[in-house]
Ligand binder design. Structure first.
Ligand code: NAI
Ligand code: ENO
Length: 365
């Protein structure tokens, strides 16, 4: 790739991870970064994730060959509006990373911008520049949503730009994209958060319920830890599709209620058997669409020194942690420590080590 100037707007999880991937494969390119958080901009500058945080947004955008919007989906709409008022280069190509595509593609078209919608289908329930990960997109799907045949050349430019992600590129129509992601990503987020909210209410009656949350509850609700603002934006921008899917979901729940009321064991069995069959046939590609972080949950007694004991144990073995969080700190009970690792090897090594050296119980979810 010839020397290009690229501007990344939004330097959170996705923007900063893309910036690192671009720099890796295109070291001669020049990267501007723009973020409305001073702290994030400062981190991006200090860690050299981008080459420059410009003082003047408009000048930097006008100087860019490619502009990547990696901000929340509603914010991306406003940036398109602003970009449309600038004197951008004639050949400038604008793309985004948002989780929904119809609205943004429509807005870009209304401003006659040279725009291709993009969506790297990998991420995490973590956000912000501190979660930046050069391997985040490896083997994940990276969707582009061109609207015209003539956009082949621009798609090629983007494929080259993002080659360092090592993602698998897929082309979809914006509507197809929004329907598929509504089913496989947006509706599951609603259901996961709904379950947690219901359990929260239940917890008032049985305060120990939270502590007893079993593996299944943790598995299905992991994504309820995602950024609430990001998900509010996503839902509102895929409203019509989601309303239909929620209606279908409600009908499925009505079926279950009816089979329970009528004690219809056969139908209930089919419900589970059919789901098991489909679930067991899902491709085992670990990063096909989702987490790039590996969490270990350790039950620790609530006594001074237990957290330090674990971190120093891991320190001695050179297993590096990317994050540590205390999930439960109430006095009389055992606490849960959430340890996050960058890869599965570190996760398994840490689990084996902690279990060998202590009597703490470890769980993967
Ligand atoms: N988190 C995930 O797993 C995935 C997210 N996406 C999409 O990518 C986009 C970015 O998501 P993340 O990086 O996860 O979010 P994030 O919250 O980690 O990063 C967003 C960044 O945008 C900045 N920002 C917010 N408003 C701004 C404004 N007005 N001007 C400049 N900067 C602003 C924030 O300070 C933050 O650094 C969203 O549209 C999201 O739907 C796509 C795939 C996966
Ligand atoms: O961590 C998870 O399970 C996710 O669901 C991450 C994610 C969030 C938003 C997207 O548009 C794509 C992937």
């Amino acid at each position: 790739m010839t020397k290009q100037t690229i501007m990344i707007i939004g330097l959170g999880l996705i923007g900063s991870s893309l910036a690192v991937c671009i720099k890796k494969t295109h070291p001669v390119s020049f990267l501007y970064g723009w973020d409305n958080s001073k702290e994030t901009s400062q981190t991006a500058q200090e860690t050299k994730i981008v080459d420059q945080i410009p003082e003047n947004f408009a000048k930097a955008a006008e100087n860019s060959d490619i502009i990547v919007l990696a901000v929340p989906v509603q914010t991306a709409q406003h940036y398109l509006e602003e970009l449309a008022t600038l004197n951008l280069k004639k050949e400038v190509l604008i793309t985004d990373t948002g989780s929904t595509k119809q609205k943004i593609v429509h807005t870009a078209r209304s401003y006659k911008l040279n725009f291709i919608g993009g969506h790297p289908m990998a991420g995490s329930h973590k956000s912000g520049i501190l979660a930046c990960d050069a391997n985040l997109f490896e083997n994940a799907y990276y969707i582009f949503t061109p609207t015209k045949k003539e956009q082949t050349e621009q798609i090629q430019r983007l494929k080259e730009l993002f080659s360092g992600t090592r993602a698998k590129y897929v082309l979809l129509k914006p509507k197809e994209h929004d329907e598929i992601t509504a089913m496989l990503s947006h509706l599951p987020h609603i259901i996961a958060s709904g379950l947690v909210n219901q359990a929260d209410h239940f917890n008032q009656k049985y305060p120990r319920a939270k502590q007893l949350a079993a593996g299944g509850f943790r598995d299905i609700t992991r994504i309820a830890s995602s950024d609430p603002q990001m998900w509010t934006d996503i839902l509102l921008s895929n409203r019509h599709t989601l309303l239909q899917m929620i209606t279908q979901w409600q009908a499925k729940m009505d079926d279950i209620s009816f089979w329970l009321e009528t004690e219809n064991a056969e139908q209930i069995y089919h419900f589970f058997a059919n789901a098991k069959d489909m679930r067991d046939r899902l491709p085992v590609d670990k990063k096909g669409s989702i987490p790039a972080f590996y969490d270990l949950f350790v039950d620790v007694p609530d006594r001074p020194g237990s957290i330090a004991e674990i971190t120093s144990l891991l320190g001695k073995t050179q297993i590096s942690l990317t994050n540590i969080k205390i999930l439960e700190t109430r006095e009389d009970i055992i606490g849960v420590l959430q340890l996050t690792f960058k890869n599965e090897t570190d996760l398994i090594a840490a689990k084996t080590h902690i279990e060998k050296e202590t009597d703490y119980h470890c769980r993967l979810q």
